[in-house]
Design a protein around this ligand. Sequence first.
Ligand code: GDP
Length: 365
Amino acid sequence: MKLGIVGLPNVGKSTLFNSLTKAGAESANYPFCTIDPNVGVVAVPDNRLKLLGDLYHSKKVTPAVIEFVDIAGLVKGASKGEGLGNQFLANIREVDAIVHVVRCFEDPNVIHVEGSVDPIRDIETINLELIFSDIEILERRIAKTSKSAFNDKSLAKEVEILKELKAILEDGKLASTYENDDEDVMAFVNSLNLLTCKPVIFAANVGEEDLADDGASNPHVAAVRKYAAENNCEVFVICAQIEQEIAELDDDEKQEYLDALGLSESGLDKLIAASYRLLGLISYLTSGEDETRAWTIKVGTKAPQAAGKIHSDFERGFIRAEVVNYQDLLDCGTYAKAKEKGLVGLEGKDYVVKDGDVILFRFNV
Ligand code: GDP
């Protein structure tokens, strides 16, 4: 899973990204992750892992991870830019969701590119670039599909949908506001990979003084919350500067610092939790002497596809899954005890994996 961090210059993107990478996981353990200075690999906090690892005396414990991509340089006019501007937009096209950082802090020492703090104007500036880019994609697609539709009448419906989407964008709205009850139509819309269809989390970057009440007394945050509610997006309040400081502390110091600020968890942990929710992700767990590990899947994933996250052979040769709920296993104290109590299920290929399932896959090689 990859999230792209976007926002106007000077809103705190790099500060946030740096704190993410400092707190980051060792990417060597995650061969699927991109090695790139603009990509940070971040562990998904999961208290269950340590306890499960202790139960199995696992040699190592490996959390699930999310990748964050720093997409700096998205500025007004990016969609018209030939080279770089387009490159940034291409980077956004590759991510699963967008973290849109908006400046809600006042600080005369930090210049705002537009001269004043106004998060809604900033959001709309960025959105407009995304909209322009999507319109361009749609226009090309409409031209191509219309041509093919001469010979293949079944494509007429696609042309119609493409035109509807374009009209929405030309109206200044995001493609994510497009609605249709027909699943096939929605699948087609999703296949277009439009930038303005991607899920968005707003990171309202506030000053330290706004942290204790979660930005409740900051009118800029209120404006972002209202905008997000109207557009089906999540918001979370962060102080990028403080996050950067927290990222440099070790775990004990970190908790002390959070307590002193009156916070229960760091902004980064909130961001990761919000990303998981937004993307409809859950974790299942595997455990043994070598390793206890969390694996990320989408809600609704069936056992063979979940197994495929570990290795494609597991999916291809899937026979069955032995599944026990994490809490049941911990309460029983051993796997054998859980089995004895009938808490270990033997599940087939239609089993929908749940968050916190501890799974042992049986497969043919
Ligand atoms: P980017 O251009 O969006 O990547 O912005 P940066 O992360 O480089 O931040 C721009 C400036 O704003 C830097 O001088 C940061 O120290 C400052 N900054 C970032 N976050 C905060 C914040 O939460 N409060 C204050 N006062 N300054 C911040």
